[in-house]
Design a protein around this ligand. Structure first.
Ligand SMILES: [Zn+2]
Length: 257
């Protein structure tokens, strides 16, 4: 279990155990590790796995009562895929935690689009989610689409792992809509291109996923995914979506449920 507070201020100072980690508690009977951290869930997972043990993410939550959580599984052309989680940690703040693999290294625009319609892949997702009729902008601007999340940056390995906090986007407004990662960099409305004030001129949608309601911390006791019978441990070794997901991996140890 990974707990992620929207605020990682001094009120959580239980002594630093690792860079960006405020506290760790382990419950052997439940096979759970609770980590309070200002890191992405992928970073927390790799820190835990550095001990030689395997870990799967069961949920994320804030230190206060969460106001809703959602998840988008992104897939698209080629091998691009990812998981992005949304957690409303307060009325104001939405935490957006994600990892997307298979991208060209460099910046890519990330936006919530109006429609949760993937019938024509990312083309049927509609425009950037813009309930207040504003111009396109950057996440720190007041003049922006609510769906404007700026850029994520993929490293040389093609992975973008990110943790954003947003004060305009609310989980309850975006469930049922879609999240799209674009081929190019979002100019945040400042590029002077004819598309800058509309889309940030960030190119085509490469991968997209519908934003669906999900469980918050401790709300999900499942150990087997009802959708395809994959256990949490088997799931650990599979792609989050796509063809490889149902493939049997002989390396996966049996799950002791
Ligand atoms: Zn926009």
């Amino acid at each position: 279990v990974y707990r992620s507070g929207g605020d990682s201020g001094p009120q959580h100072g239980h002594g630093k155990t690792s860079q960006g980690v405020q506290s760790v508690s382990i419950d052997l009977s439940k096979e759970e590790v609770l980590v309070e951290a200002a890191l992405t869930s992928t970073e927390v997972q790799s820190l835990i796995e550095r001990t030689g043990r395997r870990a799967v993410l069961k949920g994320i939550g804030g230190s206060k009562q969460d106001l809703g959580a959602a998840v988008a599984m992104l897939s698209g052309a080629g091998s691009i895929q990812g998981v992005v989680r949304f957690l409303q940690v307060s009325e104001e703040d939405c935490l957006i935690d994600g990892t997307i693999d298979g991208l060209e290294p460099g910046p890519h625009g990330l936006h919530v689009h109006t429609l949760g319609d993937l019938t024509q892949d990312c083309l049927s997702c509609g425009e950037h989610y813009n309930p207040f009729g504003k111009q396109h902008g950057g996440p720190g601007d007041s003049e922006r689409h609510v769906g404007d999340l700026g850029n994520i940056v993929a490293g040389p390995d093609g992975r973008a792992s990110f943790r954003l906090e947003d004060r305009q986007l609310k989980v309850w407004d975006v469930i049922g809509r879609s999240l799209v990662v674009d081929s190019g960099e979002d100019d945040l409305g400042r590029g002077g291109h004819s598309l800058s004030k509309l889309t940030g001129n960030s190119g085509d949608g490469l991968a997209c996923g519908i934003i669906a309601r999900s469980a918050g911390l401790f709300q999900n006791p499942k150990k087997i995914c009802a959708c395809d019978g994959v256990t949490l441990w088997e799931e650990r070794d599979r792609p989050v979506a796509g063809k490889g997901r149902s493939k049997i991996n002989p390396e996966t140890p049996p799950a002791h449920l």
